[in-house]
Design a protein around this ligand. Structure first.
Ligand code: ADP
Ligand code: MG
Length: 359
């Protein structure tokens, strides 16, 4: 799979680096370098004009963006096989109480990737900023029925879920600014920690994955997410202080596991904004891989202008620029997640070492 020279995306590459360069190699070489890339060439060379993505069109999957993204996935799945669908809905909590580490970016792009791989996926936007809703092109002004109504007024989830334009099988429960008050309003409500869990359990549409985009805090909203799902996914930005605060996050996971949700475990760590040209990024990656083991995805997400541009067009990078290294690496990360057996991870090995090693 990784490193195969045959994997040619159907869409012209607009960045000089293939996602293969971001996939960790064998154990003797835990942190991959961008060997295919000359040191003095930016990985963010602007694309030629004819590679500019088409960002308009009907949102029925037959739009140019939808087709191009689909072609990119088909190029990856050369064998024509689709990824296995989970037997039961996998509810994944994308959390890190630090802001700006790539939670929202990872949530929406992994969700779109899983949907393009053939899964039915719901994104729950649990951040009052509503960035995930924006990135998915979902209206979330204050009048729109939202996850706030679900949590605070016990409205059925089905009332607020909207289909995502351009990506078949992808849905979003948007967040509005009302959600900012929910941390306080939830305090006095019955079953305040399990309201999201009830809503998801009561959702009758079939789903393969639910991805919950958490706010940058460890309050009641994040606790609701941790009660609603079993798998915690932590994006870690490959920067200095990357591990700071992780101990606190993991202690919270253990608290929720101990008191509210025995199934909860850290399932996945994903390294984001990886810049292979810097020693710092590879040092951080090495350190994370030293603390955690099988939880860390082999695929690193590169720092990519295309990834950061996509939300301003209400797009994921998968539809904004399907052939870019950012799109290909999220597709690869999604494939890794889909192929992982959730029951096999979460052995608790991370707990003590990590909690002690970081603050
Ligand atoms: P969080 O949800 O943790 O606050 P975001 O996903 O919103 O973090 O990311 C923070 C900022 O970094 C955003 O402006 C986003 O566009 C940018 N960003 C995230 N991932 C990447 C990446 N791989 N390459 C470049 N920019 C990125
Ligand atoms: Mg966010």
């Amino acid at each position: 799979m990784a490193g195969s020279p045959q994997r040619e995306p159907a869409v012209e590459e607009s960045e000089p680096v293939r996602s293969d360069a971001n996939v960790a190699g064998p154990m003797t070489e835990p942190v991959p370098g961008p060997r295919s890339e000359p040191a003095d060439v930016s990985r963010e060379t602007p694309p030629p004009m004819d590679a500019t993505p088409v960002i308009e069109g009907p949102g029925d999957g037959s739009a140019p963006v939808g087709r191009a993204a689909q072609q990119a996935v088909e190029a990856m799945n050369r064998s024509g096989e689709r990824l296995p669908r989970p037997e039961r809905t996998r509810v994944m909590i994308v959390a890190n109480q630090k802001g700006g580490v790539g939670k929202t970016t990872t949530t929406v792009n992994l969700a779109a990737s899983l949907a393009l791989h053939g899964a039915r996926v719901l994104v729950v936007d649990l951040d009052p900023q509503g960035n995930a809703s924006t990135a998915l092109g979902i209206d979330h002004h204050s009048e729109v029925p939202s996850i706030y109504d679900v949590l605070v007024d016990s409205r059925p989830l089905a009332d607020v879920v909207q289909p995502v334009p351009d990506v078949e099988g992808l849905f979003c429960a948007p967040a509005t600014i009302d959600l900012a008050g929910a941390e306080i309003e939830l305090v006095s409500l019955v079953a305040r920690e399990s309201r999201l869990q009830r809503a998801i359990t009561g959702y009758e549409q079939p789903l393969d994955y639910v991805l919950i985009d958490c706010p940058p805090s460890l309050g009641l909203l994040t606790v609701n997410a941790m009660v609603a799902g079993n798998e915690v996914v932590i994006p870690i930005q490959c920067e200095y202080y990357a591990l700071e605060g992780l101990g606190q996050l993991l202690r919270n996971v253990d608290l929720v596991k101990g008191h509210l949700n025995p199934q909860l475990h850290l399932s996945t760590i994903i390294l984001t904004m990886y810049d292979g040209r810097t020693r710092l990024a590879s040092q951080v990656a090495e350190e994370v891989r030293g603390h955690f083991h099988s939880e860390v995805l082999r695929t690193n997400i590169p720092r990519s202008v295309r990834i950061s541009e996509a939300p301003s067009y209400g797009q994921t990078v998968l539809t904004y620029d399907p052939g870019s290294s950012g799109a290909l690496s999220y597709l690869e990360a999604a494939r890794e997640i889909a192929l992982r057996d959730p029951a096999a991870s979460g052995d608790g090995r991370h707990n003590s070492g990590m909690a002690e090693g970081t603050q």
